[in-house]
Design a binder for this molecule. Structure first.
Ligand code: 2PG
Ligand code: MG
Length: 421
């Protein structure tokens, strides 16, 4: 039974307020968790409640969301038994009563949802990943493959190039080795940045390097060069994943890519050419969230060797995942729990993705905290990939360090890459 809920405003990795909540059960078990926040958000995301008081944190304060946790949410759920996560989340969703959590705030609701999961795990004497696996009804068999941010542009780096992130994907079968590989490539990229761009290794929101690339292709070319400079073989030791985040440079049916105004077919041709020339195994938001009709074309053009991942397109929303699956629009879900605002709804989207035979990439946000629950979630739910950001900045490393601990504790292998067929 939930005895007490507390909450506070804390700051995320961009110095913006977010919500942290603690949940005390009558057994004495306690759980605390905090919620992340995105910059390149999809329009179908659940609503983060912000104070809107321009004199404080530019209106981004979360005191109202905190007030909702300790006020109406605490009143409704304290003293009541909730057997499962689904029971609690259903109550929170009903209490909010809106489709997008606009009343109480997805940030308030998710903080409680996560804190409850932690408290229940503590009560059962289980690591969080085991508890999450039991709640979902899946076995814990593997660790996720790492996809690690190397270069950034777009909304994460002041827009010096339009696409958002180029990530490296070590093919190593352990987290330990994957991280060591990522470090080597990152250091090679730091040296490349200095040499080619006479630039210091300044980092973007998720720790990716952000030199002034002349074009998007230069960014991909440099990623391959960094892999080679680290003594590794592109495509064999390290592949690439790209978050195009194209919603954010799309308007009136045109993609504003490197000075061109491409229609959807033109954009698909460019993306297919990248996948032909570079060792890309995963392409996220290649097309915009409203460009639904062309996503199946993209999927066909890329073929089975490249994962076609929907982020803004899907917003971790079950109905959108089902629609995309029926249309043949994607082959992978980017799962961000705060896009939908509760663990249970994210689990529903996860199940819908699995029913469609898709892969799942469990993802952090560009605004993160030092909380590491995402690492547990990625293992507990059996995610194929995890996307956390770069191998710098402690809010990112908290997740990698947690994965290292889980790896030590379980000895589980990383899911093997199917390879490019
Ligand atoms: C994304 C995420 C993480 P944001 O687009 O996939 O990289 O960014 O949290 O800004 O939406
Ligand atoms: Mg994205």
């Amino acid at each position: 039974m939930i005895q007490r809920l507390t909450a506070r405003e804390i700051l995320d990795s961009r110095g913006r307020p977010t919500v942290e909540a603690s949940c005390l059960l009558t057994s004495g078990a306690i759980g605390t968790a905090s919620v992340p926040s995105g910059a390149s958000t999809g329009t179908a995301e659940a609503m983060e409640l912000r104070d809107g008081d321009a004199s404080r944190y530019g209106g981004l304060g979360c005191l109202r969301a905190v007030g909702n946790v300790v006020g109406p949410i605490a009143q409704a759920i304290c003293g009541r038994p909730f057997e499962t996560q689904a029971d609690l989340d259903a109550e929170l969703i009903a209490l909010d009563g809106t489709l997008n959590k606009a009343r109480l705030g997805a940030n308030a609701i998710l903080a409680v949802s996560l804190a409850f999961a932690r408290a229940r795990a503590a009560e059962r004497g289980l690591p969080l990943y085991r508890h999450l696996a039991l709640e979902l009804g899946v076995p814990v068999r593997t660790l996720p493959r790492l996809t690690i941010n190397l270069f950034s542009g777009g909304k994460h780096a002041g827009g010096q190039v339009c696409i958002q992130d180029v990530l490296i994907v070590p093919t190593a079968r352990t987290i330990d080795e994957g991280l060591a590989t990522a470090f080597a490539v990152y250091q090679a990229a730091v040296a490349l940045t200095r040499r080619k761009y006479a630039a210091r290794a300044l980092t973007a929101d998720e720790g990716g390097l952000a030199p002034p690339f002349s074009t998007t292709e230069a960014m991909l070319e440099d990623a391959v060069e960094a892999i080679t400079a680290a003594g590794l073989q592109p495509g064999r030791d390290v592949a690439l994943a790209v978050d195009v985040a194209s919603t954010h440079f799309y308007a009136d049916g045109r993609y504003a890519l490197d000075g061109q105004a491409l229609d959807s077919q033109g954009m698909i041709r460019v993306l297919a050419e990248w996948c032909r020339r570079y060792p890309i195994v995963s392409l996220e938001d290649g097309l915009a969230e409203e460009d639904w009709e062309h996503w199946p074309w993209l999927r066909d053009a890329l073929g089975p060797g490249v994962l076609v991942v929907g982020d803004d397109l899907l917003c971790t929303n079950t109905a959108r995942v089902r629609r995309a699956a029926a249309a043949g629009a994607a082959t992978g879900l980017l799962l961000k729990v705060n896009q939908v605002g509760s663990l249970t709804e994210a689990a529903d989207a996860y199940r819908a993705a699995r029913e469609a035979g898709w892969q799942v990439t469990v993802s952090a946000r560009s605004g993160e905290t030092e909380d590491s629950w995402l690492a547990d979630l990625s293992v507990g739910w059996g995610g194929d990939q995890i996307k956390v950001g770069s191998i710098t900045h402690s809010e990112r490393l908290a997740k990698y360090n947690r994965l290292l601990a889980i790896e030590k504790e379980t000895g589980l292998p990383v899911v093997a890459w199917p390879g490019r067929r």
